[in-house]
Design a protein around this ligand. Sequence first.
Ligand code: AMP
Length: 189
Amino acid sequence: MTRMLIVGPQGSGKGTQAKLISEKLGIVAISTGDIFRENIKGETELGKEAKRYVDAGDLVPDSLTNRLVEDRLSWEDAASGFLLDGYPRNRTQAASLDEMLSRLGVSLDVVLELTADTEELTQRIKKRAEIEGREDDADEKIIRRRLELFEKETRPMIEEYASRGLVKQVNGLGSVEDVNARIMDALNS
Ligand code: AMP
C-alpha cells in the first residue's frame, strides 16, 4: 500500500507517469487538473467556479481545491493507497492535506519529484497543446505564468517535504519508458 504525491513543473511528464505508476502499484491516481478540466467541460458548478483560474494559468483558490480533494480521498478506492498528481501545489494545501490524512489516521510514504529544465518544458508543453488541445498550453504567456507559480508556490512546499525526508528526485528527461524505469527503481530503493 502506497500513499504518494508526484510533483514537478508543468510538462515534466507527471500526468503520464502518474497513470503508469498507478497501474503498476495498483493505486488510484487522482489529478486535480483532470478533475477541474472534466468539470469545466461538463459545465458543473465546480467547473464554473474553476474555469477563470484554469484559463488564466492561475491556481484555483485553496479552499475550493482542498474541499475537492478531501471529498475525493474519502472514496472507497483511495482507502488502500493513492497517488496525488497536481495537489498539493503550495504550503497551504500541503498543511490541509496533512490534516486530512491525520483525520484518516494515515500518512504519506513518499513525494516523488520529477525534474526537468525550463527550456525542455516549454517545448513539451507546446507539443502537448497540439496533441491534447489544452487551451492553457497554447499561450506562451500562460505557460510562463504556470512555471512562475511553480517556482514561487510549489518549490517552497517541496523543500518542506524534503526537510521531512519524504522527497525522492527523479530526472524527468528522456523517453516515457526510461523515466518510468527510473521512477520504479527510486520507489523500490
Ligand atoms: P494541471 O493539469 O495539474 O497542470 O492543472 C491545470 C490547472 O488546474 C492549473 O493551472 C490550475 O489552474 C488548476 N489546478 C490543478 N491543480 C490545482 C491545485 N492543486 N491548486 C490550485 N489549482 C489547481
